[in-house]
Ligand binder design. Structure first.
Ligand code: GDP
Length: 402
């Protein structure tokens, strides 16, 4: 799928920077993008995006200093400068893309306020679907972040064609601060979405036997609302044990695909050493189960998902059609809806990975918690406003004029 990424704000900018770096490393041209910010210093921190594709907005209002976690100002700046933003996108070229993906941290100011505004205008102007990848804050980041994220997300679900959520709190380790985990979290985001959005791309093996093209991703996300992504990885069977058909354990192809699927997690199941069809099929089913039942980008009740997409990526010798079909049936039995799409994506790698996209989720405890926290924060603001008014200027003194 050819994706036009827009990184809005600091988190969004860093993510798009990494998506484009991954694309460049793979020698691919599937991804392109620009980054937008109200803070000049954040734009200077970007590494892989040419200066002409970094857009500073709101200069008259905030003079390049950012909007300071105020997402109402973030939304206003984006609305005021929407023509400049659309021109920058057009300049980068949109004629051959399949979708827009707007990335942002929803707890801050610029991306939180700006991304719903941008999604609205992109949908108005272009025919291609507009998705958002929204990062939600951990509760420890403070109530202002939760309030911002709740307001942004509630708006975004109405403006984007689908919002794929990544929850910072579900991904940081105990005792680790969110900030110190950013790099690791971003790698997780870029790996999962990188594999998902690349489905259907032609590799040196051609396209997959059961190719997942962009229309399947688009149809899976068609229901709107929020979605979550699961991922699991396992080592491929070494070449000698697989009749010489599989690639070596290390990514070859000049390291072109090195790292795209990531390394095997510590607790991953031991790899199966026998290459019979049954075992390959069982391995794929096991991998897909682990992807769906393991850590999702947004922890949620998968049984409430309306649609799903199953993608198995790895060396062609490991991509077993029966295994993919059985995995799809298993996913279908476990989600609310009946639409499960899926297929394979041959890549030159020493690993096999499964990506499960759970689309249009009906229930996610973290989202409910976020909305609750935001409601409390809002009530607290109103109460404190009332308190300060009533306490100091209650009765007795007549104002100069009414
Ligand atoms: P903006 O620049 O005003 O749009 O604000 P940010 O992008 O810094 O958004 C703040 C939110 O994004 C907070 O919840 C941060 O924890 C989160 N955030 C900031 N940078 C990163 C990052 O690199 N990775 C992740 N996962 N979250 C980030």
């Amino acid at each position: 799928m050819r994706v036009f990424f827009i990184g809005f704000g600091q988190a969004g900018g860093k993510l798009v920077d990494m998506f484009l770096a991954q694309d460049r490393k793979l020698g691919s041209t599937s991804f392109r993008g620009i980054v937008i910010n109200t803070a000049r210093t954040d734009l200077m921190g970007i590494k892989n995006i040419p200066m002409e594709d970094r857009l500073l907005i709101g200069q008259t209002m905030v003079k390049g200093h950012g909007v300071g976690t105020d997402n109402v100002t973030g939304a206003k700046v984006a609305a005021d400068e929407i023509d400049t933003i659309i021109s920058a996108i057009d300049r980068r070229g949109t004629h051959d893309i399949d979708a827009f993906v707007v990335c942002a941290g929803l707890g801050g100011g610029t991306g939180s306020g700006g991304s719903p505004v941008l999604c609205r205008h992109l949908k108005r102007i272009y025919r291609e679907p507009v998705y958002a990848v929204g990062v939600i804050p951990a509760p420890e980041e403070g109530r202002l972040y939760s309030l911002n994220a709740a307001r942004s997300l509630s708006t975004l679900v109405n403006e984007a064609d689908n919002v794929i959520v990544f929850d910072n709190s579900a991904w940081k380790n105990d005792g680790e601060s969110v900030k110190s985990a950013y790099e690791r979290l971003n790698e997780e985001i870029v790996r999962r979405f990188g594999v998902l959005f690349r489905a259907g791309e032609v590799s040196k093996y051609g396209v997959g036997e059961m190719v997942v093209d962009s229309s399947e991703i688009i149809n899976t996300l068609r229901g709107g609302g929020i979605s979550s992504v699961g991922y699991a990885i396992s080592e491929a069977i070494p070449m000698a044990k697989n009749g010489g058909k599989s690639s070596s354990k290390k990514d070859n192809n000049g390291g072109l695909l090195s790292g795209i699927l990531g390394k095997k997690e510590k607790k991953a199941e031991p790899h199966v050493d026998i290459a019979s069809g049954e075992d390959k099929s069982a391995k794929i089913i096991g991998l897909v189960r682990r992807a769906m039942l393991g850590r999702l980008t947004l922890p949620c009740d998968y049984s409430t998902a309306e649609r799903a997409l199953v993608l198995v990526a790895g060396p062609p010798s490991e991509l077993d059609r029966k295994g993919v079909e059985k995995s799809k049936s298993w996913v279908e039995e476990n989600i609310a809806g009946v639409e499960v799409r899926g297929g394979d994506y041959p890549v030159d790698s020493g690993y096999v990975a499964a990506v499960v996209l759970l689309a249009t989720i009906g229930d996610a405890p973290r989202i409910r918690e976020l909305m609750e926290l935001a409601k409390e924060a809002k009530e607290e603001v109103v109460r404190s406003r009332e308190r300060s008014h009533t306490a100091m200027f209650e009765d007795g003194v007549d104002p100069l004029f009414e």
